[in-house]
Ligand binder design. Structure first.
Ligand code: NAD
Length: 311
């Protein structure tokens, strides 16, 4: 157990995951929400999840579920939550005006050394940290859902964020078991969603054009590309698929350019095709089975995480 504290602002899905990750590494965690009844629910939920993880052998860190749970406390007051925290992780809903308001409330109660970190999925930090007194301590740490099982996190500094704050945040996130990367400049969508949208765009076009159906595209991902990408990245893949990455470019540049020129425009993601696409997917996963399927997903992710631990 460390004698250090972090605060989580917003006790929803993402706030709860951050609380568990920090407690797993021995941090004292203060959990605040605008609605105190949500904090109580979150704390109950966390207790249950920690015990389930312990049972399945997937609890992170050296402490027991009870010990980790003992490090997390609910708080009905932002300044008490923030007091003495080395890091405050903002996890309120994704609306720019709300982010501005909550970050400025956090700013007004934070110590000069406290890092102000937002979980935003889409907003670059300069949009909502410019006027903060502690703006040199502010950045984005964007996790991936569900963060307890998917360790990737992207750190996005604003132009005014101190270099040391970026470095120390990376060290902290590694310490709680995550795999952070740091962007050197702001880009909409950060890294993960830019790559994800490139994939979604082409999958969508292939189905909209009637080349294959949704199931075929998903088969390609889970039995083709995904097999590799579960344990190595794009650059390692091309490096191994030829006599090195440079040789891959020499061999395949023409083909890659020709195929890329054939890509269609950005899809509209509206209109009758969207209904047809959904209908098709609902044949195997009806809308009232989504919760069940998410549980299945989390179990598969746990199994994959176990496998990757052995790598
Ligand atoms: P959520 O709706 O589950 O939780 C948000 C919580 O914030 C709620 O409990 C709400 O009561 C609380 N809240 C609202 N206003 C507040 C205020 N003024 N002060 C304190 N608390 C307040 O949302 P979520 O899915 O946990 O997402 C939170 C953030 O994390 C968003 O920015 C989202 O984009 C980002 N994120 C979400 C995911 C995801 O897949 N859900 C993944 C990565 C990042």
């Amino acid at each position: 157990v460390k004698n250090e504290k972090v605060a989580i602002v917003g006790s929803g899905l993402i706030g709860q995951s951050w609380a568990m990750l920090f407690a797993g590494a021995g941090y004292n965690v203060s959990l605040f929400d605008i609605d105190p009844s949500f904090v109580a629910k979150a704390i109950n939920n966390i207790k249950e999840q920690l015990h389930e993880l312990e049972k399945s052998g997937m609890l992170k860190g050296a402490l027991t579920a009870d010990e980790q749970f003992g490090l997390i406390s609910g708080c009905d007051n932002l300044s008490t939550a923030a007091k003495g925290a080395k890091h405050i992780q903002e996890c309120v809903p994704e609306e720019l005006e709300l982010k501005k308001k909550v970050m400025s409330q956090i700013d007004s109660v934070a110590d000069d050394h406290t890092v102000l970190s937002s979980s935003t999925s889409t907003l670059v930090p300069s949009l909502f940290t410019e006027d903060l007194k502690h703006r040199h301590n502010a950045l984005v740490s964007h996790p991936v859902n569900p963060p307890y099982y998917v360790p990737f996190v992207e750190i996005v500094p604003a132009p005014w964020t101190d270099k040391s704050v970026v470095t120390n945040t990376k060290i902290l996130l590694e310490e709680i078991g995550l795999k952070p990367i740091t962007m050197t400049k702001e880009k909409p969508g950060f890294v993960l969603n830019r790559i994800q949208y490139a994939i979604i765009n082409e999958c969508y076009r292939l189905v909209e054009e009637g080349v294959v159906n949704t199931e075929d595209v998903d088969t390609c991902m889970k039995w083709g590309l995904g097999m590799r990408y579960a344990f190595m990245g794009v650059f390692e893949t091309i490096h191994l698929n030829a006599e090195g990455a440079k040789n891959y470019c020499e061999r395949y540049a023409e083909g890659m350019k020709n195929v890329s020129r054939d890509f269609g425009p950005i899809p509209s993601f509206t209109g009758p095709f969207v209904d047809k696409m959904q209908e098709e997917i609902c044949e195997s996963i009806p809308l009232d089975k989504l919760a069940e399927r998410r549980q299945w997903r989390d179990k598969r992710l746990i199994a994959l995480a176990k496998l990757k631990k052995e790598m």
